[in-house]
Design a protein around this ligand. Structure first.
Ligand code: NIG
Ligand code: FE
Length: 412
């Protein structure tokens, strides 16, 4: 056999690995390690002293730098038209997010801007936001629809999300969020819109545009019964579900998500202890979104300790959206989660890696440094992993690797 064929594609040497696999040390740390990549997957991990004489087509000495799994941003509304800076200014004069929404602004104004944008324009607008995420080590991103609110407009958003995945070195997972808000043409026909959303699912699924189905369960959005109707339609098509739950009030969203064995329930500031227990029993991940809490001046803290006590895994995400979370920095989301919600930096990084992958149904293939998993990796210029959550507005990423391919070539 050609000896070149037997060589690994890439070999990283002298690495400190935050594997994020529980091994009795914080971050699942392994020091003095080598990690080999073959065909886009992690092929070998072990101490430098045990490195086989296999050789590699490309050798990357890490000189003691830290490597983590590539970051997984499991909740974004990255594709949208326009922005809502004017509402930001309004809120600073005292108007609340809910008042603005009820007056026809909020999500509805982004729906108008998204519908008005051509598909290519939406793509142009989304690119720099995705680039900002990638620059901080994101290798998997979830992107929701929800600003189109008709079959054609929702499909347009999801196509843009798929095109971003084809254009950039990142894995894109899409969620269909038709039940995000009531569109103006259905103002007097809630039941009609819920049925319309349920009917959109089949063509969206047939076109391969949705990996999951999401809904916004809230006083200003949809009732638990309306969300349940959409979830039943999703499950009939074999699509997993997720839910924006208990963000502004306790509507029993967490329990609803649990009833449908949702991959995740997201936000959860107002979730009750019975909601936490239901999520624990169902294995539903809690996605914590501190940027929305911060932006909306929320004061109700999500029940973090109850999630810990009940063993509900917590993921963390940017929630990148034009209204409640105009954030494109996973590192700042980590800092906010630690500072506002008292997550530990290890919980924050776990939320952006291992648990973020679970929240997307990708736990078996992504989110940790383990042999057989995708070689989605991030290399950082840091002394300890806690630095990732510690700073505000500083990016210590050296480079990221996605499916074994370096995105930014290291200067070696
Ligand atoms: O995740 N909560 C609902 N959806 C978004 C906000 C969308 C918007 O304001 O445009 C969220 O916070
Ligand atoms: Fe959201």
């Amino acid at each position: 056999m050609d000896p070149e064929l037997e060589k690994w594609d890439v070999l990283f040497t002298d690495a400190r690995l935050a594997t994020m696999v529980p091994n009795g040390t914080p971050y699942g740390t392994l020091e003095g390690m080598a990690l080999a990549v073959q065909d886009g997957r992690i092929a070998w991990i072990g101490p430098m002293a045990e490195l086989p004489h296999q050789g590699a087509k490309r050798l990357v000495p890490l000189e003691g730098r830290w490597m983590t799994p590539g970051l997984v941003d499991c909740h974004t509304h990255l594709v949208h038209g326009g922005n809502r800076a004017a509402e930001f200014e309004l809120r600073l004069t005292g108007a609340s997010y809910e008042e603005i929404a009820r007056a026809g602004g909020g999500i509805a104004s982004t729906v108008a801007a998204t519908r008005a944008a051509e598909e290519d324009s939406l793509l142009d607008q989304a690119r720099p936001r995705l680039e900002a995420l990638l620059a901080e080590g994101v290798t998997t991103v979830e992107i929701k629809s929800g600003y189109g609110l008709s079959l054609d407009e929702e499909a347009k958003m999801l196509r843009v999300a798929r095109r971003l995945g084809g254009e950039f070195p990142v894995t894109v997972r899409t969620s269909f969020l038709g039940a995000h808000a009531l569109p103006p043409e259905y103002r007097d026909d809630r039941a009609g819109y819920v049925e319309a959303v349920a009917a959109m699912l089949e063509p969206i699924a047939r076109a391969g545009l949705a990996d999951a189905v999401d809904a916004f369960c809230e006083g200003i959005a949809f009732t638990p019964e309306e969300c349940a109707r959409v979830f039943e339609a999703a499950q009939a098509l074999g699509l997993p579900v997720k839910l924006h739950a208990d963000q502004l009030s306790d509507t029993g969203g967490a329990a609803l998500a649990a009833r449908f064995r949702a991959l995740s329930a997201d936000h959860l500031e107002y979730t009750s202890h019975s909601g936490v227990a239901a999520m624990a029993a169902a294995g539903t991940v809690a996605v914590i979104l501190p940027a929305a809490f911060y932006t909306l001046h929320e004061t109700q803290l999500p029940p973090i300790q109850a999630f810990r006590d009940a063993g509900v895994p917590m993921a963390l995400a940017t929630d990148c959206n034009p209204g409640s979370a105009p954030l494109t920095s996973p590192l700042l989301a980590m800092n906010l989660a630690c500072t506002l919600f008292r997550l530990t930096p290890e919980e924050a990084l776990t939320g952006f890696t291992r648990t973020g992958a679970v929240a997307l149904g990708m736990g078996a293939s992504h989110g940790t440094l383990e042999v057989g998993k995708a070689a989605d990796l991030a290399v950082w210029q840091i002394e300890r992993p806690g630095e990732l959550a510690y700073r505000l507005g500083f990016n210590p990423l050296a480079y990221a690797i996605r499916a074994g391919k370096p995105r930014h070539l290291p200067a070696v």
